[in-house]
Write a protein that binds this ligand. Structure first.
Ligand code: NAD
Length: 254
């Protein structure tokens, strides 16, 4: 891929210091975007990624912010306005899951935290993005890509029904928002990855979860973060100019 050092397009990727978010940040940088890497805890990983990305693009910033909190989301978007300029693309990538268990073992605090992190972050960031992108508010349009999950379809029984429910909410939010802003220059879509090789599975208590489950995947393997990033990039690009409100499965046939 050629290196494009013009940075007229701006992307924010939430939770981008590792995994699918990091792969997505690299791909946008390789395509000439100015990139904002949002992260919450991993200062060192975020700085390392920024240094790597600066090989491909002239502009990259890291912003530490908990995107489940509205004041921090406001600060994140204000920094991007000031340092990178007009927002073109938002990728709502943040997502957490907790230890695998039965539904009736999930306590109220955990349920609240998973819903708040996964759904509220998408709601708060999308709201800020719409205010900047919509031609109703003087913006020039843009694209929002939400990272949902195949769990929205399966419900994740005996693992994390709370996580699955949060991804179901992302799907509904994607559909409704897409229709509201379709005539205002903004496209809103979601990807629904299946089993992808990242560190998220360790949070569920089973780092090798994909090894256990891969024979159930028609393609007989887990996916790579770069394979998800390619679809996110396509949904954000003009190549998908008539696609909105779509939920794209990236799951090896699941
Ligand atoms: P990951 O754990 O590597 O990435 C998630 C990132 O979000 C982490 O860096 C984490 O620190 C960050 N984060 C969490 N809460 C945050 C907050 N409040 N503010 C800012 N950052 C926060 O996992 P991943 O697999 O790369 O996941 C990325 C997305 O893909 C998630 O939404 C996940 O649900 C989704 N997904 C992953 C898979 C998979 O198999 N890996 C499958 C389907 C969907």
């Amino acid at each position: 891929m050629g290196i494009n050092m013009t940075t007229d397009k701006v992307v924010i990727i939430t939770g981008a210091s590792r995994g699918i978010g990091a792969a997505t940040a690299k791909l946008f940088a390789q395509n000439g975007y100015a990139v904002c890497i949002n992260f919450m805890t991993s200062d060192i990983a975020a700085e390392q990624l920024k240094n790597e990305i600066l090989q491909y693009t002239a502009k990259c910033i890291t912003v530490k912010a908990d995107v489940a909190k509205s004041s921090e989301v406001q600060r994140l978007f204000d920094i991007v306005d000031k340092e990178l300029g007009c927002l073109s693309v938002l990728v709502n990538n943040v997502g957490i899951l907790k230890a695998q268990c039965r539904f009736d073992e999930i306590d109220e605090q955990r349920f609240g935290q998973v819903l708040n992190t996964n759904v509220m972050s998408c709601f708060l960031c999308s709201k800020q993005a719409v205010k900047r992108m919509s031609n109703k508010y003087g913006g020039v349009g843009g694209a929002i890509v939400n990272v949902s999950s195949a769990a929205a379809k399966t419900g994740s029984p005996y693992e994390y029904v709370d996580y699955a429910a949060s991804k179901g909410a992302i799907d509904s939010l994607t559909k409704g928002l897409a229709m509201e802003v379709a005539a205002e220059g903004i496209r809103v879509n979601a990807v629904r990855p299946g089993l992808i090789h990242t560190d998220i599975h360790a949070s569920g208590g089973e780092p090798n979860r994909i090894d256990r489950l891969k024979t159930k995947i028609p393609m007989q393997r887990g996916g790579e973060p770069t394979e998800v990033a390619e679809t996110i990039y396509w949904l954000a690009s003009e190549k998908s100019s008539f696609v909105t409100g779509s939920l794209v499965d990236i799951a090896g046939g699941l």
